[in-house]
Ligand binder design. Structure first.
Ligand code: C2E
Ligand code: CA
Ligand code: CA
Ligand code: CA
Length: 275
């Protein structure tokens, strides 16, 4: 019965259960939030494992529902994907991230997460190019994070779109590496700039031989192919030491900083700059 609420049902359905009705309400609220620009961004620093300096900042979406409070992005991003809102939302967030990043030191890049569905429109690179033009952010300060689920339909078109984006000077990152399927073949087709190792491997690096071996293998792949390796979700000193020993080039996680508001991020970066 849970699947029933999906699609474009417009009329009263006596069999629609409470969960589907809640979903409907949330969907309508999300539509309003997107239209009103109520989805905000917070920013989490990514540090060089070598120097400890902030080299980039990942933009993460936040929605504070007027009645229900904070709704996690793991909930509202999939919802936006299902109800056809993700392209509008994705472009708005890209625009917001670029217009914030313009004020940061030029050594700091901004990383924006892309939904696989944003590749389906066929004009992603044009959209990105016009956002860069409008906001005045240099293309080499933008990173786009894509996941292994990237290719939904047309493989050729998806990779052509990635080539176009990269030709603009944008860095392309493979996000959440290792949790999906058929990802190794992607490296044969496209030179990703960086690979982000999923938190699930980082979580167990100090206790599991397998996790450590996987991280080392990904680092080796990165070295061979000239890709930087970002470890995400680093929470402890022990994890940090193990990841540095394994050869990760960049680190991100609560150990260094939780995601910060735009104002907090501005302050943090200008403090760095003045020091
Ligand atoms: P992700 O891209 O893998 O983002 C990393 C997630 O891990 C973020 O959760 C971040 O807050 C969290 N995190 C970072 N460091 C730590 C740590 O040390 N410990 C723990 N426990 N967590 C840490 P968040 O912000 O809840 O985002 C969840 C997911 O939602 C993201 O996973 C991404 O897939 C998606 N998402 C978030 N913002 C956007 C967006 O603007 N567009 C799209 N398409 N997806 C987004
Ligand atoms: Ca990400
Ligand atoms: Ca990730
Ligand atoms: Ca993740």
């Amino acid at each position: 019965a849970k699947e029933r609420g999906r699609g474009s049902v417009c009329c009263f359905d006596p069999e629609m259960d409470e969960a589907s009705r809640d979903r409907r309400t949330l969907e309508a609220d999300l539509r309003t939030a997107v239209a009103d620009g109520d989805i905000k961004l917070v920013y989490q620093p990514v540090l060089s494992a070598l120097t400890g300096e902030i080299t980039s900042v990942e933009a993460l979406a936040r929605w504070s529902h007027p009645k229900k409070g904070p709704i996690p992005p793991d909930v509202f991003i999939p919802l936006a994907e299902e109800c056809g809102l993700i392209r509008t939302l994705g472009e708005a967030l890209l625009r917001l991230a670029c217009s914030d990043a313009v004020w940061w030191p030029s050594s700091v890049r901004v990383a924006v997460n892309l939904s696989p569905l944003q590749f389906q429109s066929g004009d992603l690179s044009q959209t990105v190019e016009s956002v860069l033009q409008d906001t005045g952010l240099a293309a080499n300060r933008l990173q786009l994070e894509v996941t292994e689920g990237l290719v939904i339909r047309d493989v050729e078109r998806t990779f052509m779109e990635l080539e176009r984006l990269r030709a603009l000077g944008i860095q392309i990152l493979m996000d959440d590496f290792g949790v999906g399927y058929s990802s190794l073949s992607y490296f044969q087709r496209f030179p990703f700039d960086k690979v982000k190792i999923d938190k699930s491997f980082v979580d167990h690096i100090t206790t599991s031989r397998a996790s450590r071996a996987i991280v080392q293998a990904v680092v080796g792949l990165g070295e061979q192919l000239g890709m930087g390796i970002v470890a995400e979700g680093v929470e402890t000193e022990e994890q940090m030491h193990a990841l540095v020993a394994a050869g990760c080039t960049h680190l991100q996680g609560y150990l260094f900083s939780k995601p910060l508001t735009t104002i907090e991020m501005d302050e943090r970066l200008s403090a760095l700059h003045d020091a």
